[in-house]
Design a protein around this ligand. Structure first.
Ligand code: WQD
Length: 325
């Protein structure tokens, strides 16, 4: 069995590649290296190409005798998607369509799809189950809903079985080298402020939550990775198509995350309150029951593990942060 991992040289993709290889599963990566880095996947065959390059995708599938695809390559910044929706639909939807056409022609019928909690928009439930209505609030989230539809329709028409994995808030790293180099999410954004000797920003402290700050379900990227392995195994066994949350089922507020960051770094994380960020739901916490029942998977790591491993990666890339204390 060989699995093609699209976006395998990226932050999440490289963790998935590592987890598949730890299970002795053969892997080939396709990545355009726009945000990925070949150094993350040493010893793994890497095709440097965009998914929009149909010939390159076809060659990768044929030359490596691919049996299944884990599709992670995508653009993922909500604000950027609002500013340039055509770009997001081209990269995410057209990219996936081109990939799935090539899969059909090569007879590849197993598909693990990186979806997102952004498909739910502002969820109404305390614990979001997969039955929650999909109501994305950005072009980014819309491309993930369309991606799930495309995969769903491909089953009836071409026999493709899909596990769509709806990630909640991914954080942490398996090793410092595999840490997220981008500063797009809460934990790295706080590290960046601390490194500049500035107080971390809290975007709104008047939400209807226990401490007034937004609540999220943070999940370690190593747990995300093992969920993909479980999904691939499920499809290899002939399992049915599924759409599943990957989360811990535990909410943490921004202030709770800041407290853990203070404990891990030894730095003062007293926040400066900034205005609410448009479009932020007050609360988004997964129900993690379905993935446990269907795939036998549950998270191993907690928020402390995420912050500690993310901080180790930050120090590797920002050695000046060692002298802050
Ligand atoms: C978390 C909380 C911020 C920075 C986004 C995407 C989602 C998914 C994951 C891709 C929010 C608050 C942040 C800061 C803060 N992406 N915050 N101060 O917005 O939950 O989800 O990333 O799949 O689709 O929307 O993640 O890490 O940006 O923010 O107070 O300096 O931290 O307002 O409440 P978010 P985030």
């Amino acid at each position: 069995m060989t699995w093609l991992v699209t976006g395998g040289a990226g932050y999440i993709g490289a963790h998935v590649v590592q987890a598949l290889r730890a299970e002795q599963i053969d892997v080939v990566v396709i990545d355009d290296l726009s945000t990925g880095d070949a150094a993350r996947v040493p010893g793994v065959p890497l095709v440097r190409a965009s998914l929009l390059d149909r010939d390159a995708v076809e060659r990768a599938l044929a030359e490596h005798d691919v049996d299944g695809v884990v599709h992670i390559a995508a653009k993922k910044q909500v604000g950027e998607s609002v500013a340039d929706p055509y770009f997001y639909f081209r990269q995410n939807v057209l990219g996936q369509l081109t990939l799935m056409e090539a899969m059909r022609d090569a007879g590849v019928q197993r598909f693990v799809f990186s979806s997102s909690a952004a498909t739910y928009g502002s969820p109404q439930s305390e614990l979001v189950t997969e039955g929650e209505p999909l109501a994305p609030e950005s072009p980014y989230g819309q491309t993930k809903v369309v991606g799930e539809w495309l995969a769903h329709d491909a089953e009836g028409a071409y026999g493709v079985r899909t596990v769509s994995l709806r990630y909640f808030n991914v954080a942490g790293a398996a090793s410092a080298e595999l840490g997220d180099p981008e500063v797009l999410n809460l934990i790295p954004m706080v590290f960046e402020r601390l490194t500049a000797r500035k107080a971390p920003l809290v975007f709104g402290d008047d939400y209807p939550t226990p401490d007034g700050t937004c609540v999220r379900d943070y999940i370690h990227v190593s747990d995300i990775a093992t969920a993909h392995v479980a999904a691939a195994r499920h499809l290899e066994r002939g399992g049915a198509s599924l759409a599943l949350n990957i989360g811990r089922g535990q909410g943490s507020s921004v202030l709770e995350v800041l407290k853990v960051i203070g404990e891990v770094t030894g730095l003062d994380t007293t926040a400066q309150v900034a205005p609410r960020r448009p479009g932020d739901p007050a609360r988004a916490v997964a129900s993690a029951d379905a993935i446990r029942e269907q795939l036998g998977w549950s998270a191993c790591y907690d928020l402390h593990d995420m912050v500690e491993s993310a901080w180790a990666g930050w120090l590797l890339r920002h050695p000046q942060a060692r002298d802050l204390a």
